[in-house]
Each structure stands twice: as structure tokens, then as C-alpha cells.
Design a protein around this ligand. Structure first.
Ligand SMILES: Nc1ncnc2c1ncn2[C@@H]1O[C@H](COP(=O)(O)OP(=O)(O)OP(=O)(O)O)[C@@H](O)[C@H]1O
Ligand SMILES: [Mg+2]
Length: 400
């Protein structure tokens, strides 16, 4: 085993929180009193290793200490006790615009930021065109960055950080600011870094995104390490306690990156009227209404059906149906999933709905148990179970 890229060893960090909130520093000094403060523990005895060459996710609720930990790794903050060891060149993308000077142009900031991150002038000269090209802000490169949008800031900052060719790249949340195309570019870059044996530590609230591109993850809760391990397991455990997901209308969970949102889903009868129950064997449709925040290419909408007890029965999506559009524009729309014959036994059923990218690695929106409906008796009949098949039976006949 090679040595870890980052070793976090019994790290604690406290902040002073001043209780006298209206007291300015000047007033405090003039009054000759000591300002009153309480010590707040943002990190409590955190210990773990980030293995070399992994893409490592940090997750936890707002205020759980993720950014504080990244800042300690980047040596912007010093732990009060414990220590952090990093191996090789470290580059950090911490907050939007951090390390950028607003009055300077994009070009000047590339040089400023690049040198802060440890690049020589010649190295920056050599990589300048690549950096600007990756950032996509070329037309604005000679304008002061104070005129940049937050997306442009992040693109340029990220472009500089990755061209430092760090052994360890620390990324805090900022990717969420970029558009989808840029996010994809970054994810590709993370994959390339991993192939090159570099290490990426990334904070994200996009838990599904984290599941798809992180190998390992650590979960912080109120400054303590809650769990560490395989990213997918950690995401499951974190999601199980209800974080990172909000309640969907039907009481189920909702999660996703949000480019498209599923507004609601209804059960319709053959005439297109909304219904809450339908007999076995009848023709029904599920109407899914959505709102796209932006133009999205090749979205894959899908539904699945489960018994009220949670047993998965059926999934169906745009790929199975041959109904993946080239793109959908920003705005609201709907689609119908027609079911010619509802082959379900009388019971209660739940519908889950989601919309993903065409690789099905990014979930734009997913709603669990977004609709519950009742199947009443109809035909064909069955003796038990959840489904009905077109079946028949011959009369028993004794042959000898
Ligand atoms: N400079 C500071 N002074 C005082 N308290 C601070 C300081 N920086 C962070 N904190 C506190 O430490 C705790 C952890 O903050 P931190 O920014 O690390 O959380 P986080 O997990 O990154 O949250 P988020 O998801 O909102 O970004 C919070 O309660 C925060 O208020
Ligand atoms: Mg943070």
C-alpha cells in the first residue's frame, strides 16, 4: 500500500464565537473590556486517510465542518490539535472567487492565482492558452473579474487549479455554480486525475453525483466523523437518515441535481380524466409534468411501480420505450405513459418517477412514492399475488 495522499490525524478545530454581538472590536478595545466569547468546536477529533489516486467525497449537513476540514487540508486554517499531512502539490478550489482580485483582469488573476498555487511564471506562460481554453471565458479575459458572473469565476478558478497539475486537488462545492456542460468537463477531469494517480477531495451536496464519481466518502456530522467507506454505501446511509433529500409530495424522498424537476404525476383513465383508482384490466395513463430550468439534451424520463409494501414490480423509461428526445427546452411540459391493460391485482400501489441524463449517471430529479393509487377488482382475475397474466386453465382430467 502506498502512503495516503492526505492523512487527517485527531484533528480538532474550534472557533471563537463572540456572544456580545453588537460589540464592535473598536468598542471592545475602547471600553477596555475583554470581548466575551464561547468556543465552538467545528471539528472534533477527526481521523481518517484519503488513499492516493482516489476521488474522495465529503458529505454532511450545512455546518457539519466540511469546508473547515478542507481549509485545514489546504493549510488556510490550522487545527487547534491534531495534524494533517498531505503528499505532493496541493491545489484548492474553496470558495467562489477565493484567490481572485476583483479589480484585476482575468489574465492578471490567472498569473496571480497560478503563482499562489505554486506555478512559476514560465509554467503559467506555457499553460496560459490551455487554461483560458478550458475556462471558456476567453472573450472576457482582459476584463476585470469583478464583472464576471459567478459561473465565470468558477470556470476560470477551476481551470487554473487543475493546470497546476496538483497531486491533491481540494474542491469545495463550487462546481454546483457551473452549468451542466462545465460540470461534465470537471467530472471528466476528475476521472482523468484518478487515472493519473492524482487524488481529488470534493465536497458536494449532490449525493447522487457523488455516488457516481467518488470512490470513497466520509460523512461528517456536527464536526465528528460519522462514517467512512465506499462512496455508494456512505451515500445510502446518509440518504437513509433523510439528509440530502427532501420530502416528495406523497411522503417519499426526492433528490437530484435539479436541471429538470418533476412537478407532479397523475393517474388518468382512458378519457384522460384524473382518477385515484382503476379496475384490474382497464386502460390507464400516468401523466408526468415537469419543469426544465435549462435546455437539456436527451433526458430519460422513467417510472417504476411498487406495492405499498415496497416490493418493486416494474420499471419503464424513455430508453425502453424508444422515447428519448434529442433535447427539451427550458420551460414546463408533460408526457404520458400509456398502459393498455393494468395487469395488477386489487391492492395499493406506489409510483416512483425520475429523470436522468442519457448515460443514467446523473439524476436530475427523482421522486420516491410520488403517487399512490388503488386497483379495484376487474378482469382478468387471479387467485393471489400482485399481478394478473392472461392465463387460463384446463379442467383436471384423470387419465387412468
Ligand atoms: N471563521 C469562523 N468563525 C466562527 N465559526 C465558524 C467559522 N467558520 C466556520 N464556522 C462554524 O463552524 C461550523 C462548520 O462550518 P463549515 O463551513 O465547515 O460547515 P460546512 O459543512 O462546510 O457547511 P455548508 O454545507 O453549509 O458549507 C459552522 O457552525 C460554522 O458556523
Ligand atoms: Mg461549506
Amino acid at each position: 500500500m502506498s502512503e495516503p495522499a492526505v492523512s487527517v490525524d485527531h484533528v480538532s478545530k474550534h472557533f471563537r464565537v463572540y456572544s456580545d454581538r453588537n460589540q464592535s472590536l473598536k468598542a471592545t478595545v475602547l471600553s477596555g473590556r475583554r470581548a466575551k466569547y464561547q468556543s465552538f468546536e467545528a471539528l472534533k477529533d477527526v481521523t481518517f486517510d484519503v488513499p492516493q489516486g482516489t476521488t474522495f467525497g465529503l458529505l454532511g449537513r450545512n455546518g457539519s465542518g466540511k469546508s473547515t476540514l478542507l481549509k485545514c487540508m489546504a493549510r488556510i486554517l490550522n487545527p487547534n490539535s491534531g495534524s494533517i499531512t498531505t503528499r505532493g502539490r496541493v491545489a484548492a478550489m474553496l470558495e467562489v472567487g477565493s484567490g481572485f482580485h476583483p479589480e484585476l483582469s482575468g489574465r492578471e488573476n490567472v498569473y496571480l492565482n497560478g503563482s499562489i498555487l505554486g506555478m512559476s511564471r514560465q509554467e503559467i506562460d506555457r499553460k496560459f492558452d490551455q487554461i483560458v481554453d478550458f475556462s471558456g471565458v476567453e472573450p472576457f479575459i482582459d476584463q476585470p473579474v469583478k464583472n464576471y458572473s459567478s459561473g465565470m469565476y468558477v470556470r476560470l478558478g477551476f481551470a487554473v487549479s487543475i493546470h497546476v497539475e496538483p497531486d491533491v486537488l481540494l474542491v469545495d462545492e463550487v462546481l454546483a455554480v457551473g452549468d451542466m456542460e462545465f460540470q461534465d468537463k470537471c467530472l471528466d477531469k476528475f476521472a482523468q486525475f484518478r487515472d493519473e494517480g492524482r487524488t481529488v477531495v470534493v465536497v458536494s451536496h449532490g449525493v447522487e453525483q457523488m455516488r457516481s464519481f467518488c470512490d470513497q466518502a466520509a460523512w461528517l456530522d456536527h464536526g465528528t466523523l460519522q462514517a467512512i467507506g465506499d462512496a455508494s454505501d456512505i451515500v445510502d446511509r446518509y440518504s437513509d437518515v433523510g439528509h440530502g433529500a427532501e420530502e416528495a409530495a406523497g411522503g417519499g424522498k426526492r433528490y437530484g441535481t435539479g436541471e429538470i424537476r418533476i412537478d407532479d404525476i397523475h393517474l388518468l383513465d382512458a378519457e384522460g380524466q384524473p382518477i385515484e383508482s382503476a379496475p384490474t384490466g382497464s386502460a390507464v395513463a400516468l401523466r408526468l409534468r415537469y419543469t426544465a430550468r435549462q435546455r437539456v439534451e436527451r433526458p430519460v424520463f422513467g417510472v417504476s411501480l411498487a406495492t405499498a409494501g415496497g416490493k418493486h414490480l416494474w420499471s419503464y423509461d424513455g430508453i425502453a420505450a424508444g422515447a428519448v428526445p434529442d433535447s427539451i427546452d427550458a420551460g414546463s411540459g408533460s408526457l404520458d405513459i400509456r398502459i393498455d391493460r393494468l395487469a395488477l391485482m386489487p391492492d395499493l400501489f406506489d409510483v416512483n418517477a425520475d429523470v436522468k441524463d442519457h448515460h443514467k449517471t446523473r439524476t436530475f430529479d427523482a421522486l420516491e412514492r410520488s403517487l399512490r393509487f388503488q386497483v379495484t377488482s376487474g378482469s382478468p382475475r387471479a387467485a393471489g399475488g400482485s399481478m394478473v397474466l392472461d392465463a387460463s386453465m384446463t379442467m383436471p382430467m384423470t387419465e387412468s
